[in-house]
Design a protein around this ligand. Structure first.
Ligand code: NAP
Ligand code: ZN
Length: 349
């Protein structure tokens, strides 16, 4: 077994404590990664608090992982020691079902193996990236282009791909009007990516507090959703709305902002149901959809797209001892726009 330092929660309320976890010895296709940076996703919080269902403790979250290959198994062909690599929300899938064969491992019909809080094919409970090392099968490790700083690459592995995938699937392009609801980790990446794809981008945030930032990130328009006038002014406007909000909001009100044949795709994943008035869908043949992260091939495509277009998340780098405070700020919508843990500080506080 390989030992790694990690920060874990020992119950739904936290706080984080330093601990040691074990990683499996390398199988022929495994890669050992020395983790340099790990992003903090709101999903880490939902999961660790048991909001999406029961989990086992201690739990080490973290599925936005950027690091350097430290060792490779005997049959590894895709990665070499010293490579800059990333791992996102999945570390394995069946490899054999219709989804996996299409390269959409996130929709594996057997269920993909999550980077943490999941049981892998060896029967181990997976532990995530708030740790110094991880062992992952080579097919679930992606290459980080040299043009992207390692610290900024981390959030692309979840926030980046989770917004890139629906923007591609539902078509962000010149002439298309796209709204992004919630300007947090996912939202700010959605704005940058949709802008780079040539779409006309509108931010729908709770207030106008982050308006200047939103416009700098690439938004063409910015509205506050605490102002009822916003919903009247923008009724029937958008071809696509990407909802990144982590809490329950009034979906019918947002659906009314879609144009004819428009789609509202929910990537935000609050634990509560989101009831919908069918009369917000029927009159304009609107769709209400969901989307989960993205496949490995598409994740690599997204990283290369970001490198080519000079896109990187806005990050606030923190020490491993600062995770509890960062989580509190995420919960208070006080994130600008992704916290990234400097794993080099792990165990040194
Ligand atoms: P985040 O950084 O906390 O951003 C969420 C944003 O939503 C906040 O910054 C805030 O933006 C807005 N918001 C929060 N509470 C709100 C409320 N009560 N009413 C209205 N707006 C509110 O979170 P994130 O890391 O981007 O994740 C967002 C959601 O996506 C989470 O639920 C997460 O679990 C989910 N997620 C899903 C996938 C997937 O594959 N589908 C992948 C990753 C994450 P403003 O201040 O601008 O209003
Ligand atoms: Zn995530």
């Amino acid at each position: 077994m390989i030992h790694a330092h990690a920060r874990a929660v020992f119950g739904p309320e936290g706080p984080f404590q330093l601990t040691t976890i074990e990683r499996r010895e390398l199988k022929p296709h495994d890669v050992l990664i020395e983790i340099k940076y790990a992003g903090i996703c709101h999903s880490d919080i939902h999961t660790a608090r048991g909001e999406w269902g029961p989990v086992q403790y201690p739990l080490v979250p973290g599925h936005e992982i950027a690091g350097i290959v430290a060792q490779v198994g005997s049959d590894v062909a895709k990665h070499a020691v010293g490579d800059r690599v990333g791992v996102g929300c999945m570390v394995d899938s069946c490899g054999d079902c219709a989804s996996c064969r299409k390269g959409e491992e996130q929709y594996c019909l057997q269920g993909n193996t999550g980077t943490y809080a999941s049981t892998d094919r060896y029967g181990h409970y997976t532990q995530g990236g708030y740790s110094t090392h991880i062992v992952v099968t080579e097919d679930f490790v992606v290459r980080i282009p040299d043009a992207i700083e390692l610290s900024a690459a981390a959030p692309l592995l979840c926030a980046g791909i989770t917004t890139y995938s629906p923007l591609r699937h539902w078509g962000a392009a010149p002439g298309r009007k796209i709204a992004v609801v919630g300007l947090g980790g996912l939202g700010h990446m959605a704005v940058k990516l949709a802008h780079a794809m040539g779409a006309e981008v509108t931010v729908l945030s709770q207030t106008l507090n982050k308006r200047e930032d939103g416009l700098k990130l690439g938004a063409d328009h910015y509205y506050a959703t605490n102002d009822p006038k916003t919903f009247a002014d923008l009724a029937g406007t958008f071809d696509l709305i990407v909802n990144t909000v982590s809490a329950k909001i009034d979906m019918s009100a947002y659906l009314s902002l879609l144009a004819v044949d428009g789609t509202l795709v929910n990537v935000g994943a609050p634990p509560e149901a989101l009831p919908v008035q069918v009369f917000s869908l029927i009159p304009y043949r609107r769709s209400f959809a969901g989307s989960s992260i993205g496949g490995i091939r598409e994740t690599q495509e997204m990283l290369d797209f970001c490198a080519e277009h000079g896109i990187a998340p806005e990050i606030e780098l923190i020490a491993a001892s600062g995770i509890d405070e960062a989580w509190a700020r995420v919960l208070a919508s006080d994130v600008r726009y992704r916290f990234v843990i400097d794993i080099g500080t792990m165990g040194k506080e």
